[in-house]
Design a protein around this ligand. Structure first.
Ligand code: FAD
Length: 284
């Protein structure tokens, strides 16, 4: 099923997982997915190139297993440094695996560069996928602007190009201030971007993790979040629970403001996902 159809009926709730690192037991991810399946996922997405099999085979294997277990799945796919032939091979692999939904991304430019490929931006990948069959295409978006963008106006201009190229729905990068999301949604409306936009929420449960995220993605950490981390830093259980409470608060407010959907970055931690699900599932 194409995940864009889900938005016709309800506020969509989905979870993101990543393939296990080579050093971790591979079965752990399937245990995580089994637990997430009890949390009424509308779909589960699997990241690409983040720790697991770099050529995507692990991503596709996990996405296919999710689909075969009766839950809709989304495979992430990045295009930086890839040729058309390489991407075509991956699309064929996904078709054979029965995966209908692709989160089409450029990917981060490696610090030490990478080989020149056929795709400069995610919009090139979106057009290419569109020309190759009947996939549902999802794209990434950035409420505070992408870290490389010259301005928010510029970023919205390119986001519109990505949607015009064929993206059927969008998922945001994590953010901690809902007002950033609401102004972004308004900018999208003004630009004529009318596809569903899911808010990406990451329950951050340790200080180092949030500091790394903030510097990598250019996400602003609000004063009240910084105070919370300062206060609970020495107590990991309290810190975890404070992170969950903050995420729940964000989600309650987003649903009250008519968000199309919530995409939870689970960090492969089903305990945290379950705690959040238990607090919000009656609101959806
Ligand atoms: P693009 O849409 O190409 O945008 C990148 C930059 O280029 C932006 O600043 C944009 O404004 C600009 N731009 C776009 N088009 C043009 C143009 N025509 N001319 C000039 N400038 C342009 N990374 C992974 O490696 N694996 C993952 O699984 C993964 N999953 C993600 C999931 C989500 C929901 C999100 C939000 C991000 C994810 N990422 C992942 C990170 C992503 O790869 C990076 O943020 C990357 O830097 C940008 O990817 P993009 O698809 O948004 O790129």
């Amino acid at each position: 099923m194409k995940t864009v159809k889900l938005f016709e009926k309800k506020t969509v709730l989905s979870y993101e997982v990543f393939p296990p690192k080579r050093t971790s037991p591979v079965n752990k991810i399937y245990e995580t997915i089994d637990e997430l399946k009890n949390l009424q996922p509308d779909f589960i997405s699997v990241t690409y190139g983040a720790g697991g099999g770099e050529n995507g085979s692990e991503t596709f294997r996990i996405a296919s297993a999710i689909k075969n277990s009766g839950i809709e799945s989304v495979a992430h796919l990045t295009c930086i440094g890839s040729t058309r032939e390489e991407i075509l091979e991956k699309l064929t692999e996904l078709k054979h695996a029965g995966v209908e939904n692709i989160l089409a991304l450029r990917g981060d430019v490696p610090k030490d560069g990478c080989k020149q490929g056929d795709f400069d931006h995610a919009s090139d990948l979106v057009s290419f996928i569109k020309s190759q069959g009947d996939f549902n295409i999802i794209a990434a978006c950035y409420p505070e602007g992408h870290v490389e963008a010259k301005s928010k106006v510029n970023d919205i201009h390119y986001l519109k190009a990505k949607v015009d190229a064929g993206a059927d729905q969008l998922i945001t990068q994590l953010f901690f201030r809902n007002d950033d999301f609401y102004s972004f949604r308004e900018r999208c409306q003004l630009a004529g971007i009318n596809v569903p936009i899911q808010a990406g929420i990451m329950p951050v449960t340790n200080k180092k993790q949030i500091e790394r995220m903030a510097s990598l993605c250019g996400v602003v950490v609000p004063e009240k979040y910084a105070a919370m981390m300062e206060h609970y830093e020495a107590n990991p259980v309290a810190m975890r629970d404070a992170g969950i409470a903050y995420a729940v608060n964000q989600i309650v407010d987003l649903i009250a403001h008519g968000v199309d959907g919530i995409h939870l970055y689970t960090m492969n931690n089903p305990y945290i996902a379950r705690k959040i699900y238990e607090s919000v599932h009656n609101l959806i």
